[in-house]
Design a protein around this ligand. Structure first.
Ligand code: CP3
Length: 322
């Protein structure tokens, strides 16, 4: 899950005076902050420092961060959709592949896996249509009902982009790739089956999973868990609202699980964090495999001590396969 960021004083220092997208483009800076959670809190995997909107800049969309993504001209028409390019990410965002290559060299002597990631098409479309973050993404939902062809065309382009982007990351050295569908949980189960599941299945089919397992994250997705299981992803990353013991029973041998402590729980005293980690590990024990993680990204207000207690508690658990 999101592990670099503002909760770390060292991140805030590195970011001083540098606009966020510039951080993502400057290879040296991005490598430095990608490694901060490994060096400073001892996590057991490194995730590329970037953002789900980085490859979207290569499609010809004008956007910025304040601090979340803000789209200069939200996409509302078919003309705007057809104007979107689906470029080769090696050409449009070469620095992402350079960051991955540099991280692999950096991690060569350590047994630390490197994760790449992408935003899922539905979540990218949510911001592109709405123009910025929102509680309910009402403009996007209106488009589902009033201009479904426009949304379908937008999702199709974003799906092509996402598949090319994840495969380019795998070629550049990502050993696991994670697909973030942060807003797909806003949908009813029926709408999710129509608008989201076919895309997840296509991505799972066309991403080179023989080289890098695919992790699928859906925020607020307890009501679509069976659809997630059927997606073909290797690992399902669960938010904290999901009962992980129940998820383990339902997934059986079809998928491994990741998660799912409430990020707010990192405010608890270390002893309590240890108990919570032990409870999640025990509940997930029947799963095919389990990657201990949070149920969403680390929040900016999180005490570093809480993150460290979580990581230490995770490392004290017996190792299991995924
Ligand atoms: O360690 C890591 O995981 C870093 C890489 C990473 C970032 N964003 C850096 C970032 C990853 C994997 C993401 C994913 C991402 N970005 C998602 C999907 C996962 C999720 O959290 O649900 C989404 C929806 C985004 C879009 C986005 N980017 C938002 C909504 C924001 C604002 C967040 C906030 O906390 O205010 C961002 C900015 C962003 N992306 C930050 C970081 C470290 C905050 C950066 C800053 O201001 O310095």
């Amino acid at each position: 899950m999101r592990q670099a960021g503002r909760y770390l004083p060292e991140y805030r220092k590195a970011r001083e005076g540098v606009p966020f997208l510039e951080m993502c483009r400057r290879v040296e800076k991005a490598v430095e902050v990608s490694l901060q959670p490994l060096r400073l809190v001892g996590v057991e995997a490194v995730i590329l420092f970037s953002d789900i909107f980085v490859p979207v800049t290569g499609m010809g969309v004008d956007l910025d961060f304040a601090p979340g993504p803000v789209i200069a001209t939200p996409i509302r028409s078919l003309e705007q959709v057809t104007a979107l390019r689906v470029p080769d990410p090696r050409e449009s965002v070469p620095y992402v592949m350079e960051i991955l290559g540099a991280l692999r060299r950096e991690l060569a002597s350590e047994r630390v896996p490197l994760l790449g990631f992408a935003g899922a098409p539905f979540t990218l479309a949510a911001y592109l249509v709405e123009g910025r973050g929102s509680k309910d993404f009402a403009t996007l939902k209106r488009m589902m009902y009033r201009a479904p062809d426009v949304l379908r065309a937008l999702l199709a382009r974003l799906t092509e982009m996402t598949i090319g982007y994840l495969n380019a990351q795998i070629d550049a050295g990502a050993q696991v790739v994670q697909l973030f569908d942060t807003w797909a949980g806003l949908l009813s189960p029926a709408d999710y089956r129509t608008w989201v599941s076919p895309i997840h299945r296509e991505i799972a089919r066309r991403v080179t999973r023989s080289k890098a397992p695919l992790v699928l994250y859906v925020n607020d997705g307890a009501h679509v868990l069976d659809e997630m299981i059927a997606s073909g992803a290797d690992v399902l990353s669960l938010d904290w609202r999901v009962d992980i013991a129940d998820a383990a029973r339902r997934a059986g041998s079809r998928a491994s699980l990741q998660g799912n402590l409430d990020p707010c729980a990192l405010a608890a005293p270390p002893a309590r964090i240890r108990e919570l980690v032990a409870e999640i590990a025990a509940a997930a024990a029947p799963a095919r495999g389990h990657v201990l993680n949070l149920g969403h990204g680390v929040l900016p207000e999180t005490p570093v001590e809480g993150v460290r207690a979580f990581v230490d508690a995770a490392k004290a658990l017996p190792v299991r396969s995924v």
